[in-house]
Design a protein around this ligand. Structure first.
Ligand SMILES: Nc1ncnc2c1ncn2[C@@H]1O[C@H](COP(=O)(O)OP(=O)(O)OP(=O)(O)O)[C@@H](O)[C@H]1O
Ligand SMILES: [Mg+2]
Length: 499
């Protein structure tokens, strides 16, 4: 039960007087009491005056309530009028109505803000285009891509791709969802898949403060999905298959050619047979090497996400690898030199894989350095920050993807040769599979073009990194950085000393 608000005293007095006068007059008339007409007239005046006063006050309150409701409807923060008639509960009801509408409005606004924040935080660009193709909403990712000023302008002003504009026009014209691919050439080429979806929006049309039935507007939502990595990996896979087939086809056709020759014209030529068999052996060995390199690469890729757990004594491994290459180096009269401090901490790593890294780098250095020159392998210990500096310095990069190193000590192994060096343009691609600066020369030297790709993947697994510094005509230095085992600064040196 709602409490009944008593009317103020004046109104009650006026109402009581009018009612009493009316009642007295009525009673006198009904009882046929002889009353002087002056008294009757007086009673009538009192009754009329009392009721007129009550009516005036009621009308004034009704007008005040109407004005209050109107101002609230206009969005004003109006204060409730002072009401002295029994209409006061109406004011409280209007105030409560207004409060609940305000609450709903606040809730809707909070939800809208949350939705806006979610859209804004989306990694993928998102756009809402109205029925006139004007950009109504663009999230941060979209604005970063197409410019801050794209909102409220025609989509064509910031996105000039004809296929996308055509798809948007079609969807706004009533067509179903469309999907378009497009590329942005600058600053680095990126590929996007753009999905254009129709969005029927119910929009209330307000006229003269009256809310009409909601009208429907056809808008379009554009979401852009970056597919650069997918496209690149598709391309790489296609390139890889083409390259691997090409690499295998060449020795295979050489083998087939010699087999034909040995079966036909050279059937009885002993000298030619020996020579040809030698070449066939080389080609078959090349194929074996290629297949084993490919297998090795796929094995490394398989467990690339699992960091290695062992501890490797880098200096001992390098000594072993250099000893194994001694003969090959001697053939080209190349001197191999190892420079290492007395104390080198072991690195976290897989023994076999790190040996493979050193083998590949030292084998390259011996292959590509000038005859009678020197290949120097220098081991040093640096902290993580020094490695960061090395990577960003003006020096050339090897294209190895490297996670941020936590700043702990790193063991650096630099393999320097005095070869003809590598032009700067080749450096970012050197670690790609089958990439060679001079393919014919590499093949002639028995190379498969997979060595540095293997190095890259092993280093990725080891959370290590590589930098390449090279000067044409002077030589190249390939430096590998590997995280040292925590708290093991001198163990390796002690072990070597004890051995
Ligand atoms: N020390 C170096 N000096 C000059 N060029 C180099 C050096 N190391 C590598 N390269 C260039 O980088 C290319 C790729 O090297 P990578 O080790 O991957 O292949 P490869 O040596 O040709 O063959 P393999 O698979 O047998 O190692 C080489 O073909 C060569 O052109
Ligand atoms: Mg190599």
């Amino acid at each position: 039960m709602k409490p009944v608000v008593p009317p103020p005293l004046q109104l009650s007095v006026a109402f009581a007087l009018a009612a009493t006068a009316a009642a007295v007059a009525l009673a006198l008339l009904l009882l046929h009491v002889a009353v002087p007409p002056v008294l009757l007239a007086l009673l009538a005046v009192v009754t009329l005056a009392g009721f007129a006063l009550v009516e005036r006050v009621f009308l004034r309150d009704v007008a005040a309530i109407a004005d209050y409701a109107h101002r609230l409807g206009e969005g004003e923060d109006a204060t409730p009028p002072a009401i002295c008639t029994p209409l006061r509960p109406v004011v409280s009801a209007v105030t409560r109505l207004r409060r609940s509408a305000q609450l709903q409005c606040d809730q809707t606004r909070a939800e809208l803000d949350a939705n806006e924040a979610i859209l804004e935080a989306l990694h993928d660009p998102f756009l809402l285009v109205d029925s006139h193709r004007q950009v109504e909403h663009a999230n941060a990712a979209a604005r970063a891509l197409f410019g801050e000023r794209m909102v409220t302008r025609d989509l064509a002003a910031s996105l000039r791709n004809p296929s996308i504009l055509e798809a948007v026009d079609a969807v706004l014209g009533g067509a179903a969802s469309r999907s378009v691919e497009f590329s942005l050439p600058v600053p680095v080429e990126r590929m996007f898949e753009v999905r254009v979806k129709p969005f029927r929006r119910r929009r209330p049309a307000a006229t003269e403060g009256v809310i009409d039935a909601p009208a429907e507007e056809r808008t379009a939502i554009l979401t852009l999905h970056d597919i650069t990595a997918i496209k690149r990996s598709e391309q790489m896979r296609a390139d890889f298959i083409a390259n691997a087939s090409h690499e295998l086809r060449t020795p295979l056709s050489t083998l087939l050619g010699f087999i034909e020759t040995l079966r036909g014209p050279a059937r009885d030529d002993d000298d030619a047979r020996d020579r040809f068999l030698g070449i066939m052996h080389d080609q078959a060995s090349r194929m074996t090497r290629l297949v084993s390199d490919l297998l090795s690469l796929s094995r490394i890729e398989l467990d690339e996400h699992m960091p290695p757990g062992g501890a490797v004594d880098v200096v001992a491994r390098l000594q072993g690898v250099l000893a194994a290459f001694e003969l090959k180096a001697h053939e080209r009269r190349i001197r191999l030199r190892l420079v290492a401090p007395a104390s080198v901490p072991p690195v976290v790593g897989d023994d076999d894989q790190l040996t493979q890294v050193f083998q590949n780098l030292i084998s390259n250095a011996i292959k590509y350095t000038r005859e009678q020159s020197e290949v120097t392998v220098t081991v040093s210990v640096s902290d993580g920050s020094a490695v960061g500096a090395a990577s960003t310095g003006g020096a050339s990069m090897g294209g190895v993807r490297v996670p941020r190193i936590g700043g702990g000590p790193m063991v650096a192994v630099a393999v320097a040769d005095h070869g003809e060096g590598i032009a700067r343009t080749h450096l970012p691609r050197l670690t790609e599979r089958f990439y060679r600066v001079d393919a014919a020369r590499s093949r002639a030297l028995g190379g498969t073009g997979l060595g540095l790709a293997i190095v890259k993947h092993i280093l990725n697994r080891h959370r290590g990194r590589m930098t390449i510094e090279s000067e044409v005509g002077v030589g190249s230095t390939f430096t590998v950085y590997l995280p040292a085992e925590a708290g093991a600064q001198t163990k390796a040196a002690e072990r070597r000393g004890a051995a």
